[in-house]
Design a protein around this ligand. Structure first.
Ligand code: AMP
Length: 191
């Protein structure tokens, strides 16, 4: 009997697309580690660690935290032989430089897929205003959506050119979206 595949996945989508909820469901379904770089950074800020102190001003402004602070976080959780257990990376990569780093970190096995949880901008903007997180000021929301378009959206081409891009409509009920995601991922991992 074949062992269940432990997928190695990146999930992308605008902030407010519902990635957090869907990632929890996916991580439980596949029995894999969910690494949210935003959660790691928020915990570091709350702790007042060196990373948190360095990251806070960037986060408050809706800017990206410098790449060099991000690499260690990701390498320690999904790099080297950690990949065999599968993972779901959420919030990283955010730009082409980070994507190239990820390719290096995860070599030679690499990713199974990069899933784009696609929800249009007007919908996520409403959701972010409604959730009222501390860093959800109107200026920071605008800045993050602008950065997403400029820095992160080019990654769709990056992953597509490697045959890794899977697009999933992220609009609808939580369960419906989760079923859609699982069926797309199952096709990629062949189970
Ligand atoms: P998130 O919860 O993924 O929306 O992340 C919250 C904030 O953390 C972002 O607005 C960025 O300031 C920072 N952040 C999270 N992941 C990254 C990353 N991969 N690169 C740079 N900054 C990040």
């Amino acid at each position: 009997m074949s062992q269940a595949v432990r997928p190695r996945l990146v999930i992308m989508g605008r902030q407010g697309a519902g990635k957090g909820t869907q990632c929890e469901l996916l991580a439980a379904h596949y029995g894999i580690d969910h690494l949210s770089t935003g959660d790691v950074l928020r915990a570091a800020v709350a702790e007042g660690s060196e990373l948190g102190v360095k990251a806070k001003a960037f986060m408050d402004a809706g800017d990206l935290v410098p790449d060099e602070l991000m690499t260690d976080i990701v390498a320690s959780r999904v790099g080297g032989d950690k990949g065999a257990a599968g993972f779901l990376l959420d919030g990283f990569p955010r730009n082409v430089g980070q994507a190239e780093t990820l390719v290096e970190i995860t070599a030679p096995d690499g990713l199974h897929a990069c899933v784009n949880l696609d929800v249009e901008e007007s919908v996520v903007r409403e959701r972010m205003i409604a959730r009222g997180r501390e860093d959800d000021t109107p200026e920071a929301i605008d800045r993050r959506l602008q950065l997403y378009a400029q820095e992160t959206a080019p990654l769709f081409d990056f992953f597509d050119s490697k045959g890794l891009l899977v697009v999933c409509n992220g609009f609808g009920e939580v369960e419906e979206i989760s079923t859609r995601l699982i069926s797309s991922i199952d096709q990629v991992i062949g189970s």
